[in-house]
Design a protein around this ligand. Sequence first.
Ligand code: PGA
Length: 256
Amino acid sequence: MTVVRTPLVVGNWKMNGSFEANRLLLESLLGLLAQKRLPEVGVCPPFPYLPQVGALLAETPVGWGAQTVSEHRVGAYTGQVSASMLKDLGCRYVIVGHSERRQFCGETDETVASQALTTLDSGLMPIVCVGESAEEEAAGKTLAIIDRQLAPVLLALAGVADEGASVVVAYEPVWAIGTGKTPTPEGVQAVHAHIRQALLQAGLVQTRILYGGSVKASNAETLFALPDVDGGLIGGAALNAVEFSTICTAAANRLV
Ligand code: PGA
C-alpha cells in the first residue's frame, strides 16, 4: 500500500487578534493563496473568534480549529470548552499539549492523551504537540522526553485511530518557539524519524508529523524538504499573511 500523507500547515495564533485584525489577515491570506497549489491549510484563533473565523473561511480551502480543549466531555467544568462544542463551531483541528499549555496551565502527558482522545471521538483532528526544553536538549534527553510525552497518547489512541490519518503529531522544541532558533535540518529529521518509528509501531502509518518552532518563509522550504516533515505548526509567522502564504506554498512542494 502506498501511504499518502497530504502536507499540512496550521497557524497557531496564540492569544492574538481582534475582529478587525482577523478580518484583515484572512482577507489578505485568501487573496495570496488564490490560484496557488496548496497543501492542507488551517488556522487556530482564540476561542471567541472561532465563529468569525469560521464565517470568513466557509467555502474556502482554509480550515480552522482551536488551540486546546477540555479533557472532559460535558459537565461541571467552569471555563472549559468541550470537543463537541468545537465540532458545533465547524472546527476541523484541535491543538493539544502545546508547551505553553503544559507550562502555564498544568497540562500533563496524561491530560494531553485524554484531550487527544475526546477530540478524535468528536470527529476532529488532534494535533498533539511534543518537544523538549532547552535544559533537556542540553542534557541529551530529547528522544527520551518525546517517548515519555507520546506514550500515553499512543496508548489512548490504540485501536481508535485506524491508521492515524486523523491524528497529527507536532514536534516543537520548546527552545525554538518564538526564539528565531531552530535545530539543524539533520536534527529535525532525526527526531521526526524517531517519532515516525514510534507511530509505525503503533500502526499509525498515515499520521502526519509537523515541525514547529520559528518556522518562517525563509526556512520553510529547507524544513519541508526533509523526508519525515509533513508540514508545519506556525506561530508568529502565521500572523503575517505574506509570511504564512509563502510557508503554505513551500509545503505544497511535498504534494505528489
Ligand atoms: P513560533 O511558534 O512559530 O512563533 O516559534 C510555534 C508554536 O508555538 O506553535
